[in-house]
Write a protein that binds this ligand. Structure first.
Ligand code: PEP
Length: 252
């Protein structure tokens, strides 16, 4: 049975103290009323070790927002998958459109990152999604299909079990413009079909596919009600405990 997941992506927001305070508030909220899904927060590298202490022994999983495409060594400013793992984190987001767009992360680079993350025992939240021009040209399936094939098709079925997919139409990220629940479902069903074609029906049934892009408490329930939507990757609304909690509660 695939998991229902709500994951937060803090991006480059919150200083260390603010991050610890938000994690603590979320921990208290979830201790008071248990969630009906897995909950993960993905934070900047600088928060990981301290937030790991805060969420230790709770239902909250912890992830990084990126890791290096190299194992270790003279790569100033980079953070390796092994280093992420050593903080206590269990997840890493890879392939976010902001990394692809602003930092030139190609399918090949992402392949390396995915391999290193998995080799170091991290679960990968792998993001895919088309930009507006691609959607307007009706090319979204082609684009997303290639993103999956180019970075993930060399994995084994066993490795794929540690991948969570996040469909994030780039035109909906941080724009306030959400895909309709039908657009999300169409794409999620397509993605599941692509996974079935390469890895088989069982793998496709078991993989969680999250929706990301201006998800908020007011629209989460409708989006999550679709059969192929297994939860959300949440940016802006993950920065306020009440909003994030509101999205988590969409699973109730
Ligand atoms: C994201 O960047 O992963 C995201 C979904 O952002 P937002 O929720 O702010 O659109």
């Amino acid at each position: 049975m695939r998991k229902k997941i709500v994951a937060g992506n803090w991006k480059m927001n919150l200083n260390l103290q603010e991050g610890v305070a938000l994690a603590t508030e979320l921990k208290e909220s979830l201790a008071a009323a248990k969630p009906n899904c897995d909950v993960v927060i993905c934070t900047p590298f600088i928060h990981l070790a301290k937030v790991a202490d805060v969420v230790d022994g709770t239902v909250i999983g912890l992830g990084a927002e990126n890791c290096a495409d190299k194992e270790k060594g003279a790569y100033t400013g980079e953070v390796s998958a092994a280093q992420v793992k050593s903080t206590g984190a269990q997840y890493v987001i890879l392939g976010h459109s902001e990394r692809r767009q602003y930092y030139g992360e190609t399918a090949e680079i992402l392949k390396e990152k995915v391999n290193l993350a998995l080799a170091n025992g991290l679960k990968v939240i792998f993001c895919i999604g088309e930009v507006l021009e691609e959607r307007e040209a009706g090319k979204q399936n082609e684009v997303v299909g290639s993103q999956l094939a180019d970075s993930l098709f060399d994995l084994t079925e066993e490795q794929l079990a540690n991948i969570i997919l996040a469909y994030e139409p780039v035109w909906a990220i941080g724009t306030g413009k959400t895909a309709t629940a039908e657009q999300a479902e169409d794409m999620h069903a397509f993605i599941r079909g692509v996974i079935a074609g390469r890895f088989g029906e069982v793998a496709a049934e078991n993989i969680s596919i999250l929706y990301g892009g201006s998800c908020k408490p007011s629209n989460a329930k409708e989006i999550f009600s679709k059969p192929d939507v297994d939860g959300g990757l949440i940016g802006g609304a993950a920065l306020k405990c009440a909003d994030f909690r509101g999205i988590i509660d969409a699973w109730n």
